[in-house]
Write a protein that binds this ligand. Structure first.
Ligand code: B3K
Ligand code: ZN
Length: 877
């Protein structure tokens, strides 16, 4: 907890470090309440820093035991130590060894940053500023050092001792019940990549041989008894390692790669060098406990953390403003990996759904910020959809603009030139500019300007001239701190689709053919003329979602129906049907009555019957836009109840119109044989479960009976949970008995209980808030465990629009109570929950007033953490 009035940190104030650290030698003696940390730093003045600058090291709640310089115990007055800082005003030399001993209480660490305890283990989390909770250090990303770590512990308590890099030696501490291990990481790294783990853990072993012949010992460590759940993660790890060699020419660089799964973790996972630490939710999976979505997440996150080894670790960030340099790029890389392992169009659709739901929403509200922010108060609040998801879109656009070869040449140059560096976004872009000869200065605006660009596209056909003119206008909405903006370069992939469904050649007015299919929009207003078109084409715009923009166009309902049936770009087939649905939902929510949905139903029927589409795609296309997406499109005066009602009416219309076909789909897609998490099988389950859901919408006896049968007969979690989710939406006795049965069956399995908690938190009924309160009282629930809190309270706040936004404000009050009681214990978790308010300004005045009052109650509370104070202040600004 810091001073509430701390000045924000600004990118413009960046200065190189005054002191560098060449080596770090740590000796850490683990103890539940009194862990002793001895750190020896080889410090050296940075020639690029200020001459005569004192040594100033960061701390956070540290207790200093002892300090020595060049082997001499320091006398009083030679230094000043507070819990937050260690200052040596007059260092003994321009290069010296500083030895510092600190004492930690890992059992009292509820923030889960620094060294803490989790079930069966000690573990660390240092990104972004956790290392300073272990020892005094220049805890910034541009101080890269070589670490050697000796870890010591009671052998019984922690038979497994893991650190970064390679294991040098290990053995008993003679004459005691303790043992030790020494790990050495030869690759210089910033402190945020430091990690250690000690505990009673079981190892799932594996082996990998890199392309150039280096054998690597792989290990996934899990709580005892959970070894049979790590097989899929291990397989995903090996596939990731191989893929990075092929796709980016990147090989692994140590003899060991370890992953540890822990049950108390603030985020998904962490890419510490050679020792990834994971939330066990993203490691553990069996068909009985994990859904298809869980398997896909595990694959993606394993890949993401592994890919950080090059994008993040070998090349790190100069400062935290450059976070997207590692995160956006690594998300792009994991998206590409999953696309290659699964279905590319379906993966793209899922990613864009997420982008729109999370990032577009963020960009449209008070917490909007650039992909590379230029100021922050608490960096933990910038691990956002904008930095991650929009950051990945920016890299994707770069690839679209430069082509696959140009992109790869730029990446190769980046890897060679910046290996071992703490780099910036400018360094990154310079590599692509140099490799391709392209000026990327306008492109750089994607990193600087916040807000989702609005692109409006008008198509005009001239039958006499046989031309089609595309008029494009771009506008950038004002966002916090950025009232006005410059025009961006927008790669707009398009097709002109002829009446028979084939793409017509894109011949520009100068006779050139637009081979790439990508228009580069660079001005506020711009026109492109296509020639040689004897018939009126239908324009397929922003194919593959080539640019993350809000698009409006002159396309008619008939055009969308046509594109949904014929576009050769699968993303736009999906998008066309979604556009039809979104239009109905918006009008339904605004007017209180749903317009006739015939066009949508026609398109949906054709999608369902299409032979050339796989089930996974059909499931995505036929799933209606979510309530949050409709709210975002409405943009103001949103009444979540009206959105819900419109959506329910449209679901009912789809159900009624398609019911005979849905029954057929449900029957023909029944699984046979053993469960397999592969994409094709998962796609069949997805479509079949969507059919189950639609068929139950009217609440008819046979619809619910089908779900009940599936619930009790399913042989895998995907099908069982899908059936439970259907039953949970209908207030019948079956719901109670199914929820009870599920709870009994999985009572000993917290990760499965999390699904049960989330499901109940998302029921769109007035009783839900009381139910959520009751569930917090169950023994299985713990405010100290982030997974439980997110599953129940996070799902309620961010996943139940009607009940969180209750007209009486009780949902807001509940969330604020939780945030305030959690803040002193786990500030990161508290501030994440509070960001559910990020859309409050789009609500109708009654709810908006209540939300504002709730936020004020937070902001007016004394002694808030920086994390929560920052979100409350920005949300209200
Ligand atoms: N780099 C970590 C995230 C750390 C979050 C700190 N609040 C995981 C990842 O993005 O791979
Ligand atoms: Zn990451």
């Amino acid at each position: 907890m810091r001073n509430a009035d701390v000045a924000p940190i600004r990118l413009a104030d960046y200065r190189p470090p005054d002191w560098l650290v060449d080596t770090v030698d740590l000796d850490i003696s683990l103890h539940p309440t009194a862990t002793r940390v001895v750190s020896r730093l080889a410090l050296r003045r940075n020639p690029a820093g200020r001459a005569d600058a004192p040594v100033m090291l960061d701390g956070d709640g540290l207790q200093l035991v002892r300090l020595a310089m060049n082997g001499q115990p320091a006398v009083g007055g030679a230094y000043e130590a507070t819990p937050a800082r260690l200052t040596i005003a007059v260092p003994p030399a321009d290069a010296f060894v500083l030895e510092v001993e600190t004492l930690l209480d890992p059992s009292a660490n509820t923030q889960l940053m620094g060294l803490y305890r989790t079930t069966g283990a000690y573990c660390t989390q240092c990104e972004p500023e956790g290392f300073r909770r272990i020892t005094y250090f220049p805890d910034r990303t541009d101080v890269l050092a070589v670490y050697t770590t000796r870890i010591e512990a009671e052998r019984d308590e922690a038979p497994v001792l893991l650190g970064n890099g390679n294991l040098l030696r290990h053995g008993p501490v003679e004459g005691t019940s303790r043992h030790y291990a020494v790990w050495h990481d030869p690759w210089p790294k910033p402190s945020y990549l430091f990690a250690l783990v000690g505990g009673r853990l079981a190892k799932v072993p594996g082996h990998f041989l890199t392309a150039s012949g280096r054998p690597v010992d792989l290990g996934i460590y899990v709580e005892l008894g959970k070894q049979d759940r790590a097989g899929y993660a291990m397989d995903a790890l090996k596939r990731s390692m191989r893929w990075d060699e092929h796709a980016f020419g990147r090989e692994y660089d140590l003899d060991v790669f370890n992953i540890v799964a822990v049950s108390d973790f603030n985020m998904g996972a962490m890419e510490n060098k050679g020792l990834n630490v994971f939330n066990d939710k993203y490691i553990l999976a069996t068909p009985e406990t994990a859904t298809d979505a869980d398997y896909a997440n595990i694959e993606a996150i394993i890949a993401h953390e592994y890919f950080h080894n090059w994008t993040g670790n070998r090349i790190t960030c100069r400062d935290w403003f450059q976070l997207c340099l590692k995160e956006g790029l690594t998300v792009f890389r994991d998206q590409e990996f999953s696309s290659d392992q699964r279905s590319r169009p379906v993966k793209r659709i899922a990613d864009v759904r997420l982008l729109k739901a999370q990032q577009f929403t963020e960009d449209a509200g008070p917490l909007a910020h650039p992909v590379r922010p230029d100021t922050y108060r608490e960096i933990n609040n910038f691990y956002t959809a904008t930095v991650y998801e929009k950051g990945a879109e920016v890299v994707r656009m770069l690839k679209t603009l430069l082509g696959a070869d140009g992109f790869r040449a730029g990446m190769d140059l980046f890897f060679t030139r910046h290996d071992g560096d703490a780099a910036t976004v400018e360094d990154f872009l310079a590599c692509f500019a140099e490799a391709t000869g392209r000026d990327l200065s306008q492109f750089a605006l994607w990193y600087q300007q916040s807000g989702t660009p609005r692109l409006s596209v008008m198509g005009t056909y001239d039958p006499d001239a046989a031309t089609f003119r595309v008029d494009v206008a771009q506008a950038m909405p004002p966002t916090p701190g950025q009232p006005e903006k410059a025009a961006m370069v927008i790669p707009l992939a398009i097709g002109l689709v002829g009446a028979d469904g084939t793409d017509l050649p894109l011949i520009l007015a100068d006779g050139q053919r637009l081979e790439t299919g990508v228009l580069e929009v660079t001005q506020t207003r711009e026109s492109f003329l296509f020639t040689g078109l004897p018939e009126r084409p239908v324009a397929s715009l922003n194919r593959g979602f080539s640019a993350p923009v809000n698009l409006t166009s002159s396309l008619s309902v008939d055009d969308f129906v046509f594109l949904a049936a014929h576009d050769r770009d699968p993303f736009n087939r999906f998008d066309a049907i979604q556009a039809l649905a979104l239009d109905l939902l918006k009008r339904g929510a605004a007017d209180g009555a749903l317009p006739a949905p015939n066009a949508l139903l026609d398109a949906a029927r054709r999608i369902l019957d299409a032979d050339d589409l796989d089930p996974a795609f059909k499931a995505q296309a036929l799933a209606l836009p979510g309530e949050m997406e409709v709210a975002r499109e409405l943009a103001r005066d949103v009444n979540p109840d009206a959105v819900f009602t419109a959506r329910r009416a449209l679901r009912r219309a789809v159900s009624e119109a398609l019911s005979p076909r849905l029954v057929e789909v449900y029957g023909t897609l029944a699984t046979r044989g053993r469960y397999s998490p592969d994409a094709a099988s998962a796609g069949r389950r997805a479509l079949r479960n969507l059919a189950l859901d639609y068929l139950a919408v009217p609440g008819s006896l046979d619809g619910l009976a089908r779900a009940e049968t599936q619930f009790s007969e399913a042989d895998n979690m995907t099908d069982r949970f899908a059936a439970l989710a259907v039953l949970a939406q209908h207030d019948t006795p079956h719901r109670i008995s199914a929820l009870d049965a599920f709870h009994r069956r999985y009572a000993a399995d917290p990760l499965v209980i999390d699904k049960w908690l989330s499901l109940q938190a998302q029921i769109a009924e007035p009783g839900t808030l009381d139910r959520v309160r009751d569930l917090t009282l169950l023994p299985v629930f713990a405010m100290t465990n982030p997974n439980r809190v997110r599953a129940l309270i996070g799902a309620f706040a961010a996943g139940n629009p009607t009940q969180f936004n209750r007209a009486d404000g009780a949902g807001y009050d509940f969330l604020v109570d939780v945030v305030l009681s959690l803040d002193g214990k786990n500030a990161q978790l508290a501030s994440r929950l509070l960001s559910a308010f990020k859309t409050w300004r789009q609500l109708e005045p009654g709810r908006a007033g209540l939300a504002e009052a709730a936020l004020r109650r937070v902001a007016d509370t004394p002694e808030l953490s920086d994390d929560v104070a920052d979100i409350a202040t920005r949300a209200l600004a």
